[in-house]
Design a protein around this ligand. Structure first.
Ligand code: ADP
Length: 328
């Protein structure tokens, strides 16, 4: 830094000296004398001294400012918990990678889910058009299968629509107070045919007739319907499903318990993930989209409530979730 200022000081002193000399010579030509050289050198040295002192003081100001900035940076450095900072950034990067991976998997899963029913529909209608329509042995059967696949397609698209709306926050729970017992009875009535078809008996237990909750009735109906339907579909022949309602302080706990095929501990970790299926063929064969429990979890989360699951392979599964109790 010193060198830089000295060099500059010499340079500028020289320019000013030459400039001044030329100015006077041009203004009034004088006869050059030897002592003029001494005057010029003296003049030059005087400017040089001035620049050196002035330059140094600028240098000192700059250095002081620089030191101040350096101290501030050092202080911030000391205040930063780098271990925590690194951990946070690593977590953020991991989350971004996970999201990216999830998006790719999600698109892959959607395409895969839609592909099967679409190809089936194309296959059956193609065969019918090729002449099977006139064969009374197969025409109705193929039309029924076409219809079944179309129904499945509709169910998948409906579930996809629901889940995307829930995830983007487009669906906000419409809270109201309603009689939970009545709602459960209605769901069991609707599922009665399904339960008989699978040879599963349903039981409902509640401490009294009037249990009121504050929730989105339509959404909670969907949750209970989904859980009870799963308990029937993944139940055992001559098995049973119990729906038990309990009051606990300001909450109501609803459990759906079956003695069906159960879920392994490893699979249980993924049970609320989209498109996760333990028994893929049983799920597809029975019209499942693999999105039911993901939707259930979203709905319960949007109510700021929780849902838990416990299961043992070959013994059965219990889902239990909470709702806000109403004193009505
Ligand atoms: P699906 O449409 O396939 O039924 P869900 O999200 O409702 O999708 O369930 C995901 C998977 O969890 C199912 O495919 C099934 O393997 C398993 N599952 C859900 N409920 C039960 C249950 N009560 N007993 C055993 N397995 C179950």
């Amino acid at each position: 830094m010193d060198n830089y200022i000295n060099k500059n000081a010499i340079k500028y002193s020289l320019y000013i000296t030459i400039g001044t000399f030329l100015f006077f010579v041009l203004l009034e030509p004088i006869e050059f004398k030897l002592y003029h050289i001494a005057v010029i050198i003296g003049y030059f040295l005087m400017i040089l001294v001035f620049f050196t002192i002035f330059g140094k003081s600028i240098n000192e100001i700059k250095e002081a400012e620089l030191n101040k900035k350096l101290k501030k940076i050092q202080k911030n450095f000391k205040n930063t918990n780098f271990e925590e900072w690194t951990k946070k950034k690593t977590q953020e990067i991991a989350q971004l990678k996970e999201n990216e991976q999830f998006r790719k998997e999600f698109i892959g899963n959607v395409a895969h889910e839609l592909k099967t029913p679409i190809f089936n529909i194309q296959g059956f209608t193609g065969t019918l058009l090729d002449g099977a329509i006139n064969d009374p042995n197969v025409n109705i059967k193929y039309l029924e299968r076409t219809d079944k696949n179309a129904q499945r397609l509709i169910a998948i698209v409906k579930d996809l629509d629901t889940i995307s709306k829930l995830e983007t926050g487009a669906i906000v729970p419409e809270m109201s107070t309603f009689n939970l017992n009545e709602t459960i009875e209605e769901i069991l009535d609707i599922l009665d045919v399904k339960a008989s078809e699978y040879g599963v008996k349903t039981y409902f237990k509640a401490p009294n007739n009037d249990i009121y909750v504050i929730a989105d009735k339509e959404k909670i109906t969907e949750v209970i319907h989904n859980l009870v339907l799963n308990s029937i579909i993944y139940g055992r022949k001559n098995g049973e499903t119990q729906i038990i309602v309990k009051e606990k302080k300001k909450k109501v706990l609803i459990s759906v318990k079956d003695n069906g095929i159960g879920i392994s501990q490893e699979d249980l970790k993924h049970i609320f993930e989209r498109f996760f299926r333990v028994d893929k063929s049983r799920s597809r064969e029975r019209g499942g989209s693999g999105l039911g429990l993901a939707i259930v979890k979203h709905i319960i989360d949007s109510h700021n409530q929780s849902i838990e699951v416990a299961s043992e392979e070959g013994k059965g599964t219990t889902f239990i979730f909470s709702l806000e109790k109403s004193s009505k």
